[in-house]
Design a protein around this ligand. Structure first.
Ligand SMILES: [Zn+2]
Length: 55
């Protein structure tokens, strides 16, 4: 069983992507950014959705 995907947000450009681990390099701004976990864990959210309270 694979671990669930998480939603990551680039701290540099705000790009979000869903995968199990954040990439080393942001595919949007091509920088080595810090990716913030913005995964929405509340039951109302769709899988892989972003929590609107974050970011
Ligand atoms: Zn970026």
């Amino acid at each position: 069983m694979e671990p669930p995907e998480m939603t990551w947000k680039c701290s540099n450009c705000g790009y979000t992507l869903s995968r199990q681990v954040p990439p080393q390099q942001c595919p949007s701004c091509k920088e080595k950014c810090e990716f913030l976990d913005v995964t929405c864990y509340t039951p109302e959210c769709t899988p892989g959705g972003q929590d609107p309270r974050i970011g």
